[in-house]
Design a protein around this ligand. Structure first.
Ligand code: BES
Ligand code: MN
Ligand code: ZN
Length: 499
């Protein structure tokens, strides 16, 4: 669906449906709602008065205008109470109303960014409206061949704005569409089955991103990794016939020789657990174990399209984790790229191994900051649930920046501690570190392990095991891949520009 911005008024707009968001307190109508109510001789006030529509969060009522307005329908959508309102509620409301209209087989709709209704910065409101609408309408359909003609799709959302807001809103929507497109790209990569999203295919997708101006892509193959000593990554890859790839995507948006921000994303295109194999139930979901890698690729895509004046590098170690005849085994010891040795106690704790090599390699770019994104631990889901990103790291300023971005985007993070005592738990008897120390504090020990390979760089680790994939519809994340962390990191980067 495309979004267009036009000058005008909603009351004058010809459309299959005009969308009017309302607060629970709007028994007394004002602004556009009042204007439309007057023209339509009370269509809105009648339905409110009779109690059919209370403007509960995401409540929807569709009313026929019967010729009283150029638009065919009015779609009311509830925003809940004024004081409980935030951008997340707005995203949810627009997702719900757009899905509702799509179900009615409506192809286009119109709405406006109204300051009476939405007491926030108008550009942020416009972005949230676009995000809710488009992210909520996402569907992954390339493999559906039966009944394709029944798939419904919205084609256009028109946002009408008055003269004085037009350029602000138009530019906010343009940027929002770029970011949303990157989330779609990331969701598509994650949704793709592992047989069609191998490390090589991921690398090809990265090469396609690099067709943009100021973006370049290098892919290290197995031979190169051997030469460089990325033995932790190679150990994980050993059981698979798919060649591992180490993807390096560089965006040079700053002409100055400014230090880059390095983003590292876990790229397990399938995690069976290896010899420490996982149970069959839900193993299919482990095609999503490259969600972090897909997210950082999406971030480069968005940063380039937004032309952010920053230098950003995305590193994606990509491999499968399978129990083949040459697979690595519990008890194996590997010498990582950093030179530090790792005792493998559980081949299912593979994410931290490939990230160990990637994080140590990140130092070569002399980064201003390093952020890694990974579906790293089931323990994070136990600790924080399905909706929240676990955050750990060494740099308070960086953590604050991420947290601030999270408040805006609604991709919430919660910090877990990385205190000294946890570091005891990952010491190995015969090597430097072990990759698994049992169930206690699983998310923290994983991060403690990663910290050994980052060195002194300002670093934050984001464990997205919970929100990366959802088995039930969320307001603007339909069941499936969320593309989580793309909007969070783009917001973080945009805020860095303004500093
Ligand atoms: N990819 C998994 C973590 C995961 C589990 C992500 C469920 C999303 C949903 C990771 O590689 C893994 O298997 N971690 C183990 C670590 C353990 C063996 C120390 C885990 O969490 O059980
Ligand atoms: Mn695993
Ligand atoms: Zn994994």
């Amino acid at each position: 669906m495309k979004i267009i911005v036009r000058k005008g008024k909603l009351a004058d707009t010809k459309s299959q449906a005009i969308i009017l968001p309302l607060f629970a307190e709007s028994r007394k109508l004002s602004g556009t709602a009042l204007e439309i109510d007057k023209i339509s001789e009370g269509l809105i006030s009648e339905i409110i008065k009779n109690g059919d529509f209370e403007a509960k969060p995401s409540q929807i009522s569709v009313i026929y205008t019967r010729g009283s307005l150029p638009a065919q329908r009015i779609a009311l959508v509830g925003l809940g109470k004024h004081k409980e309102f935030n951008l997340e509620k707005l995203r949810g409301a627009y997702a719900k109303v757009m899905q509702h209209l799509r179900n009615l087989n409506i192809k286009e709709a119109a709405t406006e960014i109204n300051s009476d209704l939405l007491p926030r910065k108008k550009d942020q409101v416009a972005q949230a409206v676009a995000e809710g609408s488009l992210l909520g309408l996402y569907q992954y359909t390339p493999y559906k061949t039966v009944g394709r003609e029944d798939l419904k799709e919205m084609e256009q959302l028109m946002i009408v704005a008055d003269e004085k807001d037009f350029s602000l809103i138009e530019s906010a929507i343009k940027k929002a569409q770029i970011i949303i497109q990157a989330v779609y790209f990331t969701r598509d990569l994650i949704s793709a089955p592992a047989n069609e999203m191998t490390p090589s295919i991921m690398a090809q997708k990265a090469q396609e991103i690099a067709h943009r101006e100021n973006v370049s892509c290098r892919v290290l193959d197995k031979a190169k990794m051997k030469e460089m000593g990325m033995n932790a990554l190679l150990a994980v890859a050993a059981g698979s016939n798919q060649e591992p790839k180490f993807i390096i995507l560089e965006y040079t948006g700053s002409r100055k020789k400014s230090l880059p921000i390095v983003l590292v994303g876990k790229g397990l295109t399938f995690d069976s657990g290896g010899i420490s194999i996982k149970p069959a139930e839900k193993m299919d979901e482990m095609k999503t174990d490259m969600s972090g890698g897909a997210a950082v690729m999406g971030v480069i895509m968005a940063a380039a399209d937004l032309q952010l004046p920053l230098n950003i590098v995305a590193l994606v170690p990509a491999t499968e984790n399978l129990p083949g005849g040459s697979a690595y085994k519990p008890g194996d010891i590997v010498k990582s790229y950093s030179g530090k040795t790792i005792e493998v106690l559980n081949t299912d704790a593979e994410g931290r191994l490939i990230l160990a090599d990637a994080l140590a390699y990140a130092a070569e770019f002399k980064p201003a900051a390093v952020v890694d994104v990974a579906t790293l631990t089931g323990a994070c889901i136990i600790a924080l649930g399905d909706d929240v990103i676990g955050m750990l790291g060494t740099d308070d300023k960086l953590k604050n920046e991420i947290n601030k971005a999270a408040q805006t985007t609604g991709e919430l993070v919660w910090e877990l501690p990385l205190w000294e005592n946890y570091h005891e738990l990952i010491k190995s008897d015969i090597a430097d570190y072990k990759n698994s120390s049992g169930r206690a504090a699983g998310t923290i020990t994983a991060a403690a392990f990663l910290s050994k390979f980052v060195g002194d760089l300002p670093w934050v680790h984001l464990d997205i095991a919970g929100p990366a994939w959802t088995t039930k519809d969320k307001p603007y994340v339909p069941k499936g891949a969320a593309g989580v962390a793309v909007r969070l990191l783009v917001e973080f980067l945009r805020n860095r520009v303004h500093k």
